[in-house]
Each structure stands twice: as structure tokens, then as C-alpha cells.
Design a protein around this ligand. Structure first.
Ligand SMILES: [Zn+2]
Length: 330
């Protein structure tokens, strides 16, 4: 895997962003502990050992939030030193498998290791998020027999009690809220605004997220082509994490471009939205080669005068420097 070291600061903002009504305590805590964004998976549905399925970890205040959890994203989460039990909320942009395949792993490992001692996972995603959850973890679900065995077999009960649990053991019960563009989810010192992505509607409802934290703002497009909705959602953000699937001009059809965008579209989006830093992700092998990625970054910089970052799995970002990125090991 090509490794780069990113220098200097990312999106240095002279004035820290604040949320209306935010307490002095929340601001003080944000100062002490800056929001940290880790790219867990910057890949696509194409198999890759270097780039896992889509996933982003956001540590804000006391919350550990995941945006999307595609295949391999959970492995990356472990590599960051976190465990499923640390995750408090998960948000899904859409239910393409490369964005949600590790949902089962997150829920089951969190349930198993949590031993009924942690709060239920909060899950936000577009329909059929609830149906997917029921089909996976319900009594008649895919994991129904496994869950029953772990609740009822003596050996599993003993293990559960050894982990500090108190029998009878509860079933996994992720608290699902189905969300749509326009919704706002308030957290402790942060909020997520849900926007509309342009991707594979009407087959899947596709969303984008904007997170406003005490020390900055992040927009994650999920999978999306260019649109006024994305520009509006990302307006003035410190960091825009944008799908950058392929090289401009190589799309097999107009529909493909509309659903996935290209690097020249992304340059314009970043410029129109006035973001400080554009992080490119969801990168196909086609463009994941030094000379091509350099050309893409160069061409984007002809249009967009902010910072452009070629995303890598496990890269870490903060809203205000210094940024230590692309750490080899934890
Ligand atoms: Zn997709």
C-alpha cells in the first residue's frame, strides 16, 4: 500500500466553531479533547486488502460514533485500539453492502462483550434499517439461533456471568431510528444534520451527513454524485469527505456519473461549498496509483483552493492542526 505522510495542519480555523446553546463546559471539554476523525475504510465494493469497505470513526466529546460500517471497517476499528463496546452511535448513509456489511459484527460483538452492562447501540439510517435489524437479530432472524444459544446454553450463561453479566441475559436490542434528509440528531455537544445524496434512488434512500462539533464541522457525502443538496449541506465545513470513485471522463454512462460523480465534479463541489479541506475517499484501484492520484489532486487544486487529501485507511484528522495522519500502527 502506498503510504504518504501528510504535513502541517488541516483546516486550521482561526475561530473555533460553536453550537448555539452549547454550554461552557462542553466548549471547555472540546478544547481539551479535539474531535478526531479516523478513516476506517476508503474502498469500494471491489475487493482490496489496502482499502476496506466504507467506514468513518468520529470521536467527539465522550461519544464514539461510526458513519457507515462496510466490510472490513470493523477490523480497522480494532486496529485503532477501539472495540465494538466503545461505539455509542452508528449512522448509515445507505444500505449498499459496502457501507453496512459489518453492522452484524458491530452489534453482535458489542452485545457479547458488553454483557448487558452498556447502553444499547443507537442506530440511525434510512429505511429499511429497522427491517434489516429485525432480519439480522430478531428471534426469526439470521442470527436468531446463535443468539438463543448464547442466551440459553449453560456454557454461554457461565461465560456471560464471568464477564460481569447478570442472568437472564437480554437479547441484543439496537435502538433504531429511521432517518431522512432534513432530520437533525442532537448529541452531547454535537449534532448531525441529515442531507440528501444523489446515488441509486429510488432503489435505496441515500443520505449524507453533516456533523457540527464544538471545534469544527464535517460533511460526509456517503455515496453521491454532484448536487446542490451536497453543496448546501457541506457549506463552510472544515472537512468534506467526498466519494471520489473514478477518473473524470471514464464513466461508462451519464447515469454512472450522476450516481458517483468524478474528481472534477468534486473540485467544483468543494469550491462551491467553501470547505477548507476536501478528503477523497471511496477510491477505485483505477485511480489508486501515484501518478494518477497526483494528477487528480493537481487538477482539483486548479479549481478548489483549499487542502486536498488523498484518503487512506486509518488516516486520522482533526479540525485544527497539527494533524498526524496515516499512522502505521496503534
Ligand atoms: Zn453506494
Amino acid at each position: 500500500m502506498r503510504r504518504r505522510t501528510f504535513l502541517g495542519t488541516l483546516a486550521a480555523s482561526s475561530v473555533a466553531a460553536t453550537l448555539p446553546g452549547e454550554s461552557a463546559e462542553a466548549q471547555a471539554s472540546a478544547k481539551a479533547k479535539p474531535t478526531k476523525i479516523t478513516l476506517l475504510g476508503t474502498g469500494t465494493p471491489a475487493p482490496s486488502l489496502e482499502r476496506q469497505g466504507s467506514g468513518y470513526l468520529i470521536e467527539v466529546g465522550d461519544d464514539v460514533i461510526v458513519f457507515d460500517h462496510g466490510p472490513g471497517a470493523h477490523h480497522r476499528l480494532l486496529e485503532t485500539g477501539h472495540r465494538a463496546v466503545d461505539v455509542s452511535q452508528v449512522f448509515f448513509t445507505h444500505l449498499h453492502y459496502d457501507h453496512c456489511m459489518d453492522y452484524g459484527r458491530l452489534v453482535l460483538q458489542r452485545w457479547d462483550q458488553g454483557a448487558d452492562k452498556i447502553a444499547d447501540l443507537l442506530v440511525y439510517g434510512p429505511p429499511p434499517m429497522r427491517r434489516m435489524t429485525d432480519l439480522l437479530f430478531g428471534e426469526d432472524g439470521v442470527y436468531g439461533p446463535d443468539i438463543r444459544a448464547r442466551i440459553e446454553h449453560r456454557s454461554s450463561i457461565d461465560q456471560f456471568v464471568a464477564r460481569g453479566g447478570k442472568a437472564p441475559r437480554k437479547r441484543p436490542a439496537p435502538r433504531v431510528r429511521e432517518i431522512h434528509a432534513g432530520d437533525v440528531i442532537e448529541g452531547s455537544g454535537w449534532k448531525v444534520t441529515v442531507g440528501r445524496a444523489t446515488h441509486v434512488e429510488p432503489y435505496l434512500e441515500c443520505l449524507a451527513f453533516r456533523l457540527d462539533a464544538p471545534d469544527g464541522s464535517l460533511c460526509y457525502t456517503g455515496d453521491s454524485g454532484a448536487s446542490d443538496d451536497i453543496v448546501a449541506l457541506a457549506k463552510g465545513c472544515d472537512v468534506l469527505i467526498h466519494m471520489n470513485h473514478y477518473f473524470s471522463g471514464t464513466a461508462p454512462s451519464p447515469a454512472y456519473r450522476a450516481a458517483c460523480g468524478n474528481h472534477r465534479d468534486n473540485a467544483l463541489t468543494a469550491k462551491r461549498a467553501g470547505v477548507k479541506t476536501l478528503v477523497l475517499t471511496h477510491l477505485l484501484g483505477q485511480i489508486d496509483q501515484a501518478r494518477i492520484s497526483d494528477q487528480i489532486v493537481h487538477e482539483i487544486q486548479q479549481v478548489f483552493d483549499g487542502k486536498v487529501v488523498w484518503g487512506e485507511d486509518k488516516m486520522q484528522l482533526t479540525f485544527a492542526g497539527p494533524v498526524i495522519a496515516n499512522i502505521e500502527g496503534y
